[in-house]
Write a protein that binds this ligand. Sequence first.
Ligand code: DX5
Ligand code: ZN
Length: 216
Amino acid sequence: MKPVLIAPSLLSCDFANLEKEIAAVTKSGADWLHVDVMDGHFVNNITIGPPVVKSIKRVSQIPLDVHLMIEKPEKYVDAFLEAGSDVLTIHVESTSDVKGVLQKIKSSGKKAGLTMRPKTSATEVLPYLDMLDLVLVMTVEPGFGGQKFMEDQLPKIRFLNQEITKRSLNIHIEVDGGINAETAHQCRAQGANVFVAGNYVFGGDYKKNIQSLRVP
Ligand code: DX5
Ligand code: ZN
């Protein structure tokens, strides 16, 4: 199993103090910064676009893990790559050209990720597995922080881990939504190694909370 990485989701931080928040979670042991991009179409919420990602990149010492919850990612993928995404993840449901978008990300030298809504079967991502650096299992319906972890997504992590092992691929398995010390343990047991957490990290002592997510 790959080593654990912790990616605090900036969605739960104080946006009026973005630079301070980034410095604080970085000092507290974050490995990546998770950046949630929402367009008001693919999900019922609107967050940030390429200019803010670019500003985050300017003040961040650690990689940006950008999660695109937008329709037609093919229109914006260049902008998010240029803005400084290090890992760029798209939704399998968001475009009719998943392969083309992933190829674009790969050819830029950045890491390509693919994810799915909780209701989407994990088999939907299998045709693209060979192209991926990361597969993200959503453990809440995308759109908002602070939702309850969906235990029924655990078998998806296990299934993808088995498939990745069977094909001897080197792919991160990331989980996002309702992650805390307890649910991180549950996901780790099924093979996840990257833990996104918004409310849990920013809702208390950053260092203590990040440490508690570092499941052996
Ligand atoms: C939800 C986002 C998550 C969100 C997680 O659509 O993808 O990254 O910030 O928030 P928590 O950890 O609070 O569930
Ligand atoms: Zn996310």
